[in-house]
Design a protein around this ligand. Sequence first.
Ligand code: NDP
Length: 352
Amino acid sequence: MAEKLIIIGSGPAAWAAAIYAARANLQPLVFEGAVTDANRVAGTLPLGQLALTTEVENYPGFPAGDLGAYFTAAMGDALDEGTRAFLAESARHGATGPTLMELIRRQARNFGTRVITDDIVDVDVQSRPFGLSASDGQHYQSEAVIVATGARANYLGLPSEERFKNRGVSACAVCDGALPRFRNRPLAVIGGGDSAVEEADYLSKFASKVYLVHRRDELRASKIMVQRAMDNPKIEIQWNRVVEEVEGNDREGVTGVHLKSTTQQPDVKLPISGFFLAIGHTPNTTFLRGKLALTSKQYIQLTTPGRTHTGVEGIFAAGDVADDYYRQAITAAGTGCMAALDAERWLAARGG
Ligand code: NDP
């Protein structure tokens, strides 16, 4: 028998969609992704990008404070060691990304959402109901589908970068930049696009200095952003430089960066406490190529302004998989809600 609604994804968009769909009696089935080495390396494990961050201070409703009693009541026995350790810290920092995601997931399950810990690897968009294949070989059918598979930040792929992830290496300045470890310290941002300049500018509010490291002698960013970088006395651009190694140790995390020149200049080593990547994102849409209309950057193309409709009627998209601009947990959750309402109305109009 066909499902009414399958949701693919495991971030704030997917779980927010599930909360709304479950409360609308659509009995949603969520494919939250498989726990595999490939997904770990790609940053696409269940609970998504937020599970890869530390403190989350900008999600409304989760201020710094003693949240222990709240989490204990909500999570009960599911409190793992990491969460317990976090509880001791919550008075200072508020929620962590993994804890926030566990809470949203639990909220969805409380309303009857069913969850399968596997990847959807193929969607038959021609058949009605839609056909979906999971990586374990099982096949499913669903009248409507919400895709909320997110996007993953691009990394350079250096072992030293991997080693210091969450200990000074971050791909989200807005998420992590205000953390105590970065305050009044020199930081580096890698990239030359609008994101890199915007993140350097943002970080300069907290940092003592921000090195903007770019591999060419000209920024890709728009003119106004370039001017912003030039006008900011705390930003120093390191032109024609690529990262050779992130330096650090187990106690302090990141302590420096070794840069190579692309123009035969001597190498430089800069002391830094934070290493921020801003070299673009890759949406998780490989399994949809040739099936759904995608943008030139492979994000899902939304077809109706202000709605979550895609190029195939009955398939909706929410969160970062269709958004290369805002990319925030709160915006993803908002569009997840929208997708559930769009799906519900679409199903109702068909008598579903
Ligand atoms: P972009 O693709 O525009 O820029 C990526 C940058 O990273 C480029 O400068 C690129 O260098 C560099 N880069 C890519 N790979 C590597 C690598 N392996 N090593 C070193 N450098 C690398 O991505 P953004 O995230 O900056 O922007 C995405 C979109 O969002 C753009 O359309 C942008 O305009 C928009 N945006 C707008 C903002 C605003 O208006 N306020 C803010 C943020 C984003 P190179 O230039 O040499 O290719």
